[in-house]
Ligand binder design. Sequence first.
Ligand code: NZQ
Ligand code: ZN
Length: 388
Amino acid sequence: MNDFIFQNTTKIYFGKDQLGHLGEEVGACGTRVLLVYGGGSIKANGIYDDVMAELEHVGAEVFELSGVEPNPRHTTVNKGADICKREGIDMILAVGGGSTIDCAKAIAAATFYDGDSWDLVIGKAAVTNALPIVTVLTLAATGSEMDPVGVISNIETNEKYGIGHSLLQPKVSFLNPEYTFTVNAYQTASGSVDIMAHVFDMMYFTMKPKFDMIHRMATEVLSTVIQYAPLALKEPANYEARANLMWASSWALNGFLGRSGDFPTCHKIEHELSAYYDITHGHGLAIIIPHWLTYILTDETAPQIKKMGVDLFNTDESLNDIDGAKVAIAALSTFFFDTLGLDSKLSDLGISDKDFKAMARNAAKGGTLKGFIELTPEDIEKILIASL
Ligand code: NZQ
Ligand code: ZN
């Protein structure tokens, strides 16, 4: 088992009647607030009004940055940082899904940088300070509500990278499952896959020694998604289903399940797809993961892949490792594409093979991708082609 450090400083208010604490938490950070949100879902479903009412109670002076894109752009981060600098903002309140929260994190850091926020994302400049961030989560998927990373896209250069720093960890996050009742079927399905992919990529599939308790907890997080995502699709306002998905989203990536230290293979490959094609992150992952597992299936990897099937989908334990692994991959595919209803091919998303070579090279950062199994750019290209 690897040595590790665990620290997670985000305070969570979980449940339906917790927003009454928003004012005091915002007030503790200051009075001038930048409210960051996306394309308007929070206005349609009433969350905006709930939040504004709480901010009014404490006399907060609210400035707004709306229109944060799914796959948020560095240009939007720059706009937000300009407002923070110009208006002397004390804190950022992000109300939305991962994109909105990620954008808020990058703004928080860019406020203390005199230049293009993209420099911070690519590491050309270091994060030295950040405004405090409070979040109200509206979509269960990324874990951004409880982690120190934001993922930002540069559509001019077809690049998408994470900006990570302990200063970007949200101070407080409000998790009200009712706020996810209006998430549509497609985003519910994609978000559910993203939760599972965090567990798979960060620690579940690895050649490194396993820590049994953590592996058991990880299996439970995965099983929770498998149980409740279909229920949330069938009954979007099922509180139990939404609550389980929401808490699974946070725990998949808040550090509790540890890190294998491998490169998160499927995430690296998917970020190339969304950088070039602006697709929904979780959907890209759903298509890549089964093809990745099939490509790397060997005598060495088969036992872990087979175990995934046995533990999560009750597949036949008596099969030999290779056959058991194939059945496990088939069960996972059935879950993604039949149960969750996601399209199964990259071509379904309008993606062609024209940039696969460059994507594969970028995903491996010019070297190799050292994940569960080390992949060369040629390997990655083959996985992409198989996913078409
Ligand atoms: O923009 P609005 O109008 O809010 O609509 C959003 C958006 O269209 C909508 N939505 C969100 N909450 C809703 C809702 N619609 C109805 N009711 C609600 N309650 O859903 C759409 C997608 O939202 P988005 O925030 O883009 O989704 P998600 O939370 O999946 O975030 C995806 C982004 O996070 C990154 C992804 O790469 C992608 O850019 N990731 C961030 C990570 C992190 N910070 O640690 C890790 C992840 O692996 C991931 O890379
Ligand atoms: Zn993800």
